[in-house]
Structures are given as structure tokens and as C-alpha cells.
Write a protein that binds this ligand. Structure first.
Ligand code: MG
Length: 228
């Protein structure tokens, strides 16, 4: 409440200042993370999507494809449970599960701590699977080299228009679950053009972790990042 007249504007101002401080602090820690990654020659990828877009399935398929070529590690973010970490562990890849206790995104501090837990592992490529949410994670830089936003076919091709912030700051747009295209009214061209209107720099790849279609293009992008 405003200290002068008791209106709500003062309260709003305080909220905005607090949010600005949190984001500034996060930005500072993200640049520290980035420095750590660079010093160790690690490429970090931040995966952002709504729950159920197939982030973990994509990771499983990517690991199966690349594990003999590139040493990998994963940081899993979820509100609760170790379920996704267990799926990755079954693939024989080092993984740390961060449970946020209900928070809708990972922040740079959580990634920093998780990265330290991987200290003894040797890897070149680090996947950070963010908490399933298409809004909050886009505000938090984790120090990643590449930000990837995923939308799956059942979610609908209008998602880029509804959640522009997630696309505005991303480098890659993955359209996932393309094996389901025959069963949904998903317009690939519409999804691409809406996303590119927000961010013309985006690299767009349509793929299916299940059928393997488009997966090679994604894996080649990762090889180029690590060895390029
Ligand atoms: Mg997951």
C-alpha cells in the first residue's frame, strides 16, 4: 500500500522492485554458471515446454543416438518426484534431479548446485530439463548456451502466438510428436510462421522421438555445437 495516500499503487511498485531484484540476481548467477560451463568445455542446453510435450522422451531418444559420440549429463527439474531422473538413470547417464517444491521454473542457483553434484563426472553436453511450464522458465536465464522451446502436436499450432515470451528468447523451436500429425489438426506451417514472426532467428525442427523422424537433424545440431 502507498505510504502517502494508502492506494494499491505503492504495493505494486514494491512488487515490481522485488521481481527486478530477483531477476537481476539470477542474471548475475547465470553468468557465473556460463563461466563454469565454458571453463570445463561443456555446452549447456535449456529445454523449455509445457508439461507433457515430450522433453524427457526427447532426451531418452537423444541419449540413445549420441551417447557413444558425446559424454552427456542431465539436470532434471520437476515440482516433485525423481521419476524423470530415474528414466535418464536407466540410460546410464549421470543425472541430478532438482525438485522445486511446487515452483514453476528452475533458477540459476538450483542449476549451480546441481552442476556441483556432477563435478566428478566427465561430460561435454549438459541437458537441463526445465520444469514443465511455458511461462515462468522463460524469464530465468540459467547460463545455457542454447535455449530450446518445445511444442507437441496435441498442444496445437497456435501456442507460439499464446506464449510469445518462450519463443522470443529461444534459439531452437522443436515441434515434437510429429508421429501424431495424422490424428490432430496441427498446422506445421502455421506453428513455424507464428514462431518466426516472434523470433526470426529461431531454428525450427519438427521431430518424433518415437518414430525417429527429424531426430538426426536435432542430433547434428548438437554435434555441431559440441565439436563445431
Ligand atoms: Mg519430463
Amino acid at each position: 500500500m502507498c505510504e502517502h495516500c494508502g492506494c494499491e499503487a505503492g504495493l505494486k511498485r514494491k512488487e515490481i522492485t522485488l521481481e527486478k531484484n530477483i531477476l537481476e540476481q539470477n542474471e548475475h548467477l547465470a553468468s557465473k554458471n556460463r563461466k563454469h560451463f565454458d571453463e570445463k568445455g561443456i555446452v549447456a542446453i535449456n529445454l523449455i515446454s509445457a508439461p507433457g510435450s515430450g522433453k524427457t522422451s526427447l532426451l531418452e531418444a537423444t541419449i540413445a543416438q549420441l551417447r557413444d559420440e558425446i559424454p552427456l549429463a542431465v539436470i532434471e527439474g520437476d515440482p516433485e518426484t525423481e521419476r524423470d531422473a530415474e528414466r535418464i538413470r536407466r540410460q546410464g547417464v549421470p543425472v541430478v534431479q532438482v525438485t522445486t517444491g511446487g515452483a514453476c521454473h528452475l533458477d540459476a542457483v538450483q542449476v549451480h548446485r546441481a552442476f556441483h553434484q556432477l563435478e566428478k563426472e566427465k561430460f561435454r553436453l549438459l541437458f537441463i530439463e526445465n520444469v514443465g511450464n511455458l511461462l515462468c522458465p522463460s524469464a530465468f536465464n540459467l547460463g545455457e548456451h542454447l535455449r530450446v522451446v518445445l511444442v507437441s502436436v496435441p498442444e496445437g499450432s497456435d501456442k507460439p502466438a499464446k506464449y510469445p515470451a518462450a519463443f522470443y528468447k529461444a534459439d531452437v523451436f522443436l515441434i515434437t510428436k510429429t508421429d501424431l500429425l495424422p490424428y490432430f489438426d496441427f498446422d506445421l506451417e502455421e506453428a513455424k510462421s507464428l514462431a518466426l514472426k516472434i523470433n526470426p532467428r529461431l531454428r525450427v525442427i519438427a521431430l518424433s522421438a518415437k518414430s525417429g523422424q527429424g531426430l538426426e537433424e536435432w542430433c547434428q545440431l548438437l554435434r555441431d555445437l559440441v565439436f563445431g
